[in-house]
Design a protein around this ligand. Structure first.
Ligand SMILES: *Cc1c(COP(=O)(O)O)cnc(C)c1O
Length: 394
């Protein structure tokens, strides 16, 4: 098909041409002087995106690797960790913890809202003996489009006066939704390259607090590749203990430049605007009781994606196939218990108003072709949100 493919899944996201060009470089000696300049730049500048002045560890791995790293560096065999079932990704992280020999406690969620901080506070308050060693939450649950309030989770831990570490997955929020590692007292923040950071898959991150580094000194889970100690020591001299993903780091350097040129606050506002316009479209389409936004709590609406629930009796994967075949657009599928029930619109990363309108037009035309009941004019409703926002900043 002529023209560009619309990659509107919530990650991997569209990689901007500037980032592609920045990576189109000969691979260099990762122990030479040129590499040191690159490493120093990314290791310093990545901190701002996490909202930290502490080190950020960069792994040549997908996000799952950084999940594992967060746990093996801070926990010991059998440790109890409190996790929250926001959706598919929280469930995968919990399974990973079990496989590592930890003892996760999983607070039940309904997959239609983010974390209920009061439930975390109640459980921690009960834990008088401080057996729970970490609280693990997913900031932006990519399977549901619900974003949890990490500031509220922090406040809950503080009110319970509990010493547990706070571990947060920001793989689909970093660089899209406001995040403050230091201010929110997060101990390990897990990130990935292929979502808000606009890079191809292949890099992941651990932002680490001093308390997390301290905990890593006595943590006894076996680790080698993921171990922070050698990495942090090498990074101080702008080198890596093993071969880094050099060309992805060139891309990261360019992506960080793009984020700082736009300004992080503007980046967050752009994502919030696209999310609001998308919800205006979905709400309009569903006006006659058809499709709806999966996330039910307005305080948890995600800035980076919107999951759309189809009416009973319609299959979201059949619908996505119609959209792909007719309009060359990929929409995200429903995951685990949401399979066939929802599709997900990614509106994160390198994205603008007209790309969103192309996306929403494709979604609306897809409803028509797939025979899904909807009320015409959702794309128009989104245009009104975008035009009003543009007028306000004129
Ligand atoms: C994508 C994603 C992951 C998994 O990351 P991989 O890079 O696929 O390993 C984990 N958590 C969240 C919230 C995600 O969006």
């Amino acid at each position: 098909m002529p023209g560009r493919h619309f990659l509107q899944i919530p990650g991997p996201t569209n990689v901007p041409d500037r980032v592609l060009r920045a990576m189109d470089m000969p691979t260099i000696d990762h122990r030479g002087p040129e590499f040191k300049t690159l490493a120093e730049s990314v290791l310093t500048r990545i901190r701002e995106v996490f909202g930290t002045t502490n080190p950020v560890v960069i792994y040549p791995a997908s996000g799952t690797g950084a999940w594992e790293a967060a746990l093996v560096n801070t926990m010991s065999p059998g440790d109890r960790v409190l996790m929250y079932e926001t959706g598919h990704f929280a469930t995968l992280w919990k399974r990973l913890a079990e496989r590592l020999g930890l003892t996760p406690e999983f607070l039940t969620g309904d997959w239609r809202s983010g974390v209920d901080a009061a439930a975390i506070e109640a459980r921690l308050t009960e834990d008088k003996g401080h057996e729970i060693k970490a609280v693990c939450v997913v900031h932006n649950e990519t399977s549901t489009g619900c974003t949890s309030r990490i500031d509220e989770v922090r406040a809950a831990i503080d009110r319970a006066d509990h010493p547990a570490l706070l571990l947060v997955d920001t793989i689909s929020s970093l660089g899209s939704i406001e995040y403050k590692h230091d201010e929110w007292g997060v101990d390990v923040t897990v990130g990935g390259s292929q979502k808000g950071l606009m890079l191809p898959p292949g890099l992941s991150f651990n932002a680490v607090s001093n308390k997390a580094i301290e905990a890593s000194k006595s943590a006894r889970l076996p680790r080698s590749f993921w171990s922070w100690d050698e990495m942090l020591e090498a990074n101080e001299k702008s080198v890596f203990p093993f071969t880094p993903a050099t060309n992805l780091l060139y891309g990261l350097d360019e992506a960080l430049t793009m984020l700082s040129e736009e300004g992080l606050d503007n980046v967050y506002a752009r994502h919030a605007r696209h999310s609001e316009a998308t919800r205006a479209a979905v709400t309009h389409w569903g006006g006659n009781g058809s499709v709806e936004v999966l996330c039910e709590n307005p305080r948890h609406h995600s800035g980076s994606l919107t999951a759309v629930l189809l009416p009973e009796g319609y299959n979201a994967d059949d619908y996505r196939k119609v959209v792909l075949e007719n309009f060359n657009m990929s929409l995200g599928n429903g995951l685990s218990k949401l399979t066939g029930r929802v599709f997900r619109i990614g509106h994160l990363g390198d994205f603008n108003d007209l790309m969103l309108m192309g996306t929403l037009s494709g979604v609306e035309m897809g409803f028509e072709l797939a025979g899904i009941p909807y009320r015409k004019g959702g794309a128009q409703a989104a245009m009104e949100v975008l035009a009003t926002a543009a007028k306000a900043t004129d």
